[in-house]
Every structure is written in C-alpha cells, then in structure tokens.
Design a protein around this ligand. Structure first.
Ligand code: PEP
Length: 239
C-alpha cells in the first residue's frame, strides 16, 4: 500500500498568493499520495493544482445546512473543490468542545454526501498515564463509525489518524513502539489505513514512514515550510 503524507495547515497565516507560491516550489509528488488540509479560504485557490496534490478541509458541520453562523457544510467544501476533510481533530475536540456524538454526525454527513475523510483519534497525557489509551481510542472509533460497514468506509477511502494529544505541537513525538501498538490495535478493529500525527519533523519522518504499522503521517507545524514539506515528499516511498 502507498504511504500517505498529509499536511494540516491549521489556521496558518498563508494568503492565497503565499499558498500558490508554496505549491509552485514543491517537487512533483508524481504518483505518491500527498494531500494538504487547508483553511476554507484557500480550498478553491489550491484545488485542481497541476501537481495533483489533493486539497481538503479541516472541519465541517454535521448538518447539511442551517443557521450555524461561521460553520461550513459538506456540500460547500465539495463545491470549493475539497476532496477530503479532517474530522475530530484533537484541537476541535479539546479546545472547541467537540464531542464524540457531534463528530459521529459529521462522519454520517460525509458518508451521505460521499466526501472522503480522515478521522483523528488520540488520548490526552492524563488518559495515557491512567492506562486508558486503548479505551479512549476504541470509544472514539466505535462512536464515529457506529452503523457503518467496513465496506462503506473502504469505498469512501476513509483514513484514521492516531494523534496523541500530548504529541501535537509539543515537539515531543510518540515513540515508534508506542505508535505501532496503537496502530495495530486500531487496525484489528477497523482495517483501514492508519496515519500518525504529533510533532512529525524532517528528522523523525523517515523512521516513522518506514514502520510497517504506520501507513502515513499527518504533519502540522513542519508542513508549513515548502522546503521541509518538499523534502518529505521526496522521502515518501513510491508505493
Ligand atoms: C496536527 O496538526 O495534526 C499535528 C500533528 O500537528 P504537529 O505536527 O504540529 O504536531
């Protein structure tokens, strides 16, 4: 299976011109699976780029439409050119109060409207220290995928990103052995590609991407520089 490299630009300060300049200096990924999840305002600008890098959103609402000031619908993401969306990122779970139930609604919406997604799961440091890692991850997955068949998830190209909350933006990536234990646990329950996210840098990229239980990486901070992201594209194995 091809390894997958996804950038998560979060609420970065890139203007449309800066985002296009970023694409202009990247090496061609050729047939590699490279994607960038961008702020809403950049989707239309970046979708359909000549490098064939897939462009996605970082969030969407669970309702098809409605009076939800500041939110965006699945249809609007697709209309702008997004071909995937990140759901359940820990910054949304923990800083913005998104519950498993709300995320399940988003998953259902994406399935109904046929938009592929990356479901993020992961434990906090406190949960890890209490020995609750596997229970937390199982409950996040079971809730999100309630009533969905393995076939539906595979057809839609759903990915899971294991992102321990304590490793995100902290400069403290999880150990490969810790990551693989969790990935193997996830794959046993849901046989889908599982990416790792949490302080991935150019320094730890190759080791992570070579581990057989790690199907790809979701990169936040380190994906904002074109030189670094370009090197990651070059280091990503072909197939
Ligand atoms: C993320 O945004 O999902 C992430 C993993 O961030 P960082 O790489 O900066 O830790």
């Amino acid at each position: 299976m091809k390894k997958i490299l996804i950038a998560n630009w979060k609420m970065c300060n890139k203007s449309a011109a800066e985002a296009l300049n970023f694409l202009n200096v990247l090496p061609s990924p050729q047939k590699k699976d490279v994607r960038i999840a961008v702020p809403f305002t950049l989707i239309r600008e970046m979708a359909g780029n000549s490098l064939k890098i897939r462009i996605g959103g970082q969030n969407m609402h669970s309702y098809a439409e409605g009076a939800f000031t500041g939110e965006i619908s699945c249809m609007q993401l697709c209309d702008a050119g997004a071909d995937f969306v990140i759901l359940g990122h820990s910054e949304r779970r923990h800083l913005l109060g998104e519950t498993n139930e709300f995320i399940q609604g988003k998953v259902e919406r994406a399935v109904v409207e046929g938009l592929s997604f990356v479901l993020c799961v992961g434990e906090t440091l406190e949960e890890r220290e209490l020995g609750e890692t596997f229970d937390i991850i199982q409950s996040q997955l079971d809730s999100a995928f309630e009533d969905l068949s393995e076939e539906q998830l595979k057809t839609l190209g759903v990915l899971i990103a294991y992102e321990p909350v304590w490793a995100i933006g902290s400069g403290k990536s999880a150990e490969i052995s810790q990551i693989c234990k969790v990935h193997d646990f996830i794959k046993e329950k849901y046989p889908l590609p599982v990416l790792y996210g949490g302080s991935v840098t150019l320094e730890n990229f190759e080791k992570l991407i070579q581990a057989s239980s790690i199907d790809g990486v979701l990169v936040g901070g380190a994906s904002l520089g074109a030189a670094t992201f370009g090197q990651m594209i070059q280091l990503l194995p072909e197939g």
